[in-house]
Design a protein around this ligand. Sequence first.
Ligand code: CTP
Ligand code: CA
Length: 223
Amino acid sequence: MYFRPIDSNINGKTVLITAGPTQEKIDPVRYFTNRSSGKMGYAIAREASKRGAKVILISGPTNLEKPDNVEFVPVISAAQMFEKVIERYEEVDVVVKTAAVADYRPKNIHDQKVKKQPSDWAVEMERTTDILQTLGDKKTKQLLVGFAAESENVDEYAKGKLKRKNLDMIVANSIVEAGAGFQGDTNIVTIYKKDGTSKALPLMSKQEVSANLLNEIEQLLKD
Ligand code: CTP
Ligand code: CA
């Protein structure tokens, strides 16, 4: 069970949410991606919309049904996600970046399918732009919420990202604990805020996590 405020501070606000993985093409039949399901981001989109927010959901490829009452913007690659997010940044009040954006992409995209050779194949990779870092650097009025997927040193790494990316809040989820992470319907998260406080939530459904996060966001909007 969770408490949902009746006088929602997010009612009427514009909330941009990114979700899912990105796919980085190598050739017409191959790409790099990751195990993100998009479930956490879609749950937050649904919850924000229920509370009266205008929701823009920018999503990489997932198997999920598009939530009702959101503006849905499908993208494939990190570069496309970057473009769509930046396009809308000025008009939004809150950004929640759950997307598992690829950190690297193949340097060369082949027009034709790469044929196998007797030798090994090394794909040269280059860095993608860090979308959230760019948003943090350009921040004016927006409340910025990041996610951190960590397999070790969760506290230290999450706090580092909070500071480096100029965020108001970061939500760390361990990707090694049972019941947490990319694929399932539950998650175990710790919320770190700019004021130095943190809150570890127990195992709960992604829907319940999203309600808790929205409560925290509404509190930050009020402060
Ligand atoms: N992020 C982003 N653009 C990228 C990479 C990450 O916007 N190119 C965002 C993610 O959406 C997430 C946050 O940055 O909200 C943290 O992502 P994460 O992968 O945990 O951290 P990184 O900064 O990429 O560092 P690393 O993968 O090395 O832990
Ligand atoms: Ca990363």
